[in-house]
Ligand binder design. Structure first.
Ligand SMILES: NC(=O)c1ccc[n+]([C@@H]2O[C@H](COP(=O)([O-])OP(=O)(O)OC[C@H]3O[C@@H](n4cnc5c(N)ncnc54)[C@H](OP(=O)(O)O)[C@@H]3O)[C@@H](O)[C@H]2O)c1
Length: 336
């Protein structure tokens, strides 16, 4: 890998959960980062200015996905682009158009700026929502969500991520942009930003008493630091191509609440499933081989859950129990 010193990269939606980690790791590696935010003066983005190296090598600029001029200005002169900004909502009006327009605007600007690579953050939502998928077949990068099924089930986030990824591939091919896509499952881990994002809310609801039961459903999980490391790996590995599924494990909610209750018994974690009639849903099979072959080591899901709760405590989103004697998970190797 040639030296990254002096390399200028753009990260869209820099203040978000995943992008904040990405900016942190890029700065630590010596990159100069142009981070786009919708409002640089909003205190919710101030954590970015506290990151190591930010004073010297982080430029925050105002950009909206729907405004091509602002995106072009942010990407102009960059060697690479990490497109992470996206609405994260199931409201079709807020989700679909900004996600698709955003991807198109970023790719057009990347083509104009002749960047060497664009890493686009898509989602498992663009991959696995297919009722006709053979349950015995592992979910991998060849799978695409069924758009009609997403629409009929009102999964507008998955629909939006699938159509925006498709539009991105079409446009990148047409304009000759070297694009690589990462498709993470639900992302957990320590928050750098002051607010709680949607994927961390998934865990917060089990700690506050707002969820009285857990659903009979399964979910894939991955650590936020692993996602950011993977995004950088995909940028720095010239041979990387196509899509990359980013998943450590797929488990049932029953296991999630069990792990949470073991580490943090002080919180009102639900013990009952909301569906006692149907058999327990089985996790789908998956392959994370493509990322492992690039050298990524995934943090175990127990550690993801532990780190998420510790971070929610540290940031003041949940009370810290008086007797803080929760058992620590077995030490695991987290890449630095
Ligand atoms: N977290 C997960 O579990 C997960 C899993 C798979 C894929 N992803 C994908 O990863 C990316 C980052 O997600 P995240 O979890 O880090 O979410 P997040 O914390 O909500 O961050 C999303 C970012 O996108 C920005 N954004 C939204 N609409 C925008 C617009 N119209 N113009 C400019 N910026 C806009 C937001 O800016 P504001 O702060 O101004 O709103 C925010 O910085 C997204 O593409 C998401 O689909 C996330």
């Amino acid at each position: 890998m040639p030296s990254v010193l002096g390399k200028l990269v753009c990260v869209t939606g820099a203040g978000g959960f995943i992008a904040s980690w990405l900016v942190k790791l890029l700065l630590e590696k010596g990159y100069t980062v142009r981070g786009t935010v919708r409002n640089p003066d909003d205190p919710k983005n101030s954590h970015l200015r506290e990151l190591e190296g930010a004073k010297e090598r982080l430029i925050l600029c105002r950009a909206d996905l729907n405004d091509y001029g602002s995106i072009r200005e942010a990407i102009n002169g960059c060697d690479g682009v990490f497109h992470t900004a996206s609405p994260v909502t199931d409201d079709p009006e807020q989700m679909v158009e900004p996600a698709v327009n955003g991807a198109k605007n970023v790719i057009r600007a990347a083509a104009e700026a002749k960047v060497c690579r664009l890493v686009l953050t898509s989602s498992i939502g663009a991959v696995y929502m297919d009722p006709n998928r053979d349950p015995e077949q592992a979910v991998d990068e060849s799978c695409w969500s069924d758009l009609e099924f997403c629409k009929n089930t009102k999964n507008w986030y998955c629909y939006g991520k699938a159509v925006s990824e498709q539009a991105a591939w079409d446009m990148a091919n047409e304009l000759g942009v070297d694009m690589v896509v990462i498709n993470p499952v639900l992302v957990l881990g320590p928050l750098l930003q002051p607010t709680v994002n949607a994927s961390v809310l998934h865990i917060l609801k089990y700690l506050t008493g707002s969820a009285k039961t857990y659903a009979n459903s399964i979910q894939g999980y991955v650590h936020v630091k692993d996602v950011a490391l993977a995004q950088i790996l995909l940028f720095e590995t010239p041979s990387a191509s196509g899509r990359y599924l980013c998943v450590e494990s797929v488990i049932h909610r029953a296991e999630v609440v069990e792990v949470l209750a073991k580490f943090f018994p002080e919180y009102p974690i639900p013990t009952k499933c909301s569906d006692e009639k149907n058999p327990r849903k089985k996790p789908y099979k998956f392959s994370n081989q493509k990322l492992r072959e690039l050298g990524l080591e995934f943090t175990p899901v127990k550690q993801c859950l532990y780190d998420t709760v510790k971070s929610l405590q540290e940031k003041g989103h949940i009370p810290i129990p008086k007797q803080n004697d929760e058992p620590e998970p077995e030490p695991v190797h987290i890449q630095s």
